[in-house]
Design a protein around this ligand. Structure first.
Ligand SMILES: Nc1ncnc2c1ncn2[C@@H]1O[C@H](COP(=O)(O)OP(=O)(O)OP(=O)(O)O)[C@@H](O)[C@H]1O
Length: 359
């Protein structure tokens, strides 16, 4: 029997409990060339995962305890800006548990029925990775948190007065959710995660270790000074560090002697317009709009996003966290403001009082 308040999944009025095509929602993570290049560099085990010491230690305890008990661990939520290793950690969690991993994402699940199909096909102990979990539709979200808590989905067959709910029990499994915007997750869903790890930007020396490891895997000679240069221009983000490494390798192969030296790194990063602070085109466009167009702000996120031709979410989750961390941009109740280092970075005079706009 369906308990009052439990979510229902409408999957049509016949025997078709599992919608066609739902299996295709469980997609492989590496399906494009850039993703494939990334996948080759992913650490496979927790001990290979560089940095994020606190999250790594905490996670290691959760996993070891679960393995010791022979039970699936608590559900895990990973939050933080893009490219810091959430997907990598989800894969590591499955590998450490010796479990298989299913991958889907909030936007790929259009209807609660799609999620019911994925959940009902899970096998005992499997890890279900839901990327961008904050983008799940509300009915899917409600279905998910009952499944996470009670290991059950209620499938509603039929319509109107003749409808009946068939509770389907699920084997124990672990959800790993990833989000760039933990604040958008409704409390009931957030509360179902027994462990939440927040990933923060990496320090330069950690990125150097990521680069040295990647250069070893790619079998390219990377000089220490070049590693330091690439690390310092990688926005605290391993994905960017690895991407820049591949571009420096291209430059060294085509215009240099194959060695990734400091000179090769600098020349390549100039070609790709990555500036000395690691800011890319979008970052600079945001600073430029803030300072030149809006006189330093405050300006609302949507207006700023329109000015740089991007979605507000992209500006907020991709550019802004790093600009804020670098002390270039401030967030105030009235909008975004340019801080003195932003003006200096653009080579513009710092307007009087721009440091007091913040707060
Ligand atoms: N701690 C780390 N040590 C070594 N390499 C890492 C680490 N974290 C991430 N990487 C590398 O960075 C790349 C991007 O990581 P990943 O795809 O896990 O990021 P993400 O946080 O899931 O990003 P998104 O939210 O955009 O999907 C991976 O290919 C991996 O090689």
């Amino acid at each position: 029997m369906r308990e009052p308040g439990a979510p229902r999944v409408e999957v049509g009025d016949g025997e078709d409990l599992v919608p066609d095509g739902a299996e295709s929602l469980v997609r492989a993570a590496a399906d494009e060339p850039e993703r494939a290049a990334e996948a080759a560099l992913r650490p496979r085990r927790l001990e290979e995962f560089v940095g994020q010491r606190v999250v790594r230690d905490q996670l290691s305890l959760v996993l070891q305890a679960a393995l010791g008990r022979g039970r699936a661990p608590d559900h895990v939520l990973l939050s933080g800006p893009p490219g810091l290793g959430k997907t990598t950690l989800a894969m590591i969690i499955a590998a450490e548990l010796g479990a298989s991993l299913r991958v889907t994402s909030g936007p790929a699940i259009q209807h609660a029925g799609d999620l019911a199909a994925v959940l009902s096909s899970l096998e005992e102990g499997e890890v279900l990775f839901i990327d961008e979990i904050h983008r799940l539709a509300r009915p899917a979200e409600e279905l998910l948190y009952v499944a996470m808590e009670d290991f059950r989905v209620d499938v509603v067959v039929g319509k109107g007065a003749g409808a009946s709910a068939i509770p389907l029990s699920l084997p124990p499994f672990t959800v790993v959710g990833a989000t760039t915007r933990a604040g958008l997750l409704p409390a009931p869903l957030r509360d179902r995660f027994g462990f939440t790890g927040h990933l923060d930007f990496y320090a330069d020396d950690e990125l150097e270790r990521v680069l040295v490891r990647s250069a070893g895997l790619l079998d390219v000679p990377l000089e220490a000074a070049a590693a330091a240069e690439i690390a310092s221009r990688s926005r605290g983000t391993p994905r960017i560090a690895n991407r820049l490494l591949r571009r420096v390798r291209d430059w060294a192969q085509v215009r240099g002697d194959g060695t990734l030296s400091l000179a090769a790194a600098r020349s390549a990063l100039d070609v790709y317009e990555v500036d000395v602070r690691g800011l890319d085109r979008l970052d600079r466009a945001v600073l430029d709009a803030l300072c030149r167009r809006f006189g330093g702000g405050p300006v609302g996120l949507t207006t700023l996003a329109v000015a740089v031709g991007e979605e507000p979410e992209t500006v907020e989750t991709v550019a802004e966290p790093f600009l804020v961390r670098e002390g270039l941009v401030g967030r105030t109740a009235r909008g975004r403001v340019a801080l003195p280092p932003a003006w200096e970075h653009l080579g513009l005079p710092v307007p009087a009082g721009s440091d007091t706009l913040f707060g």
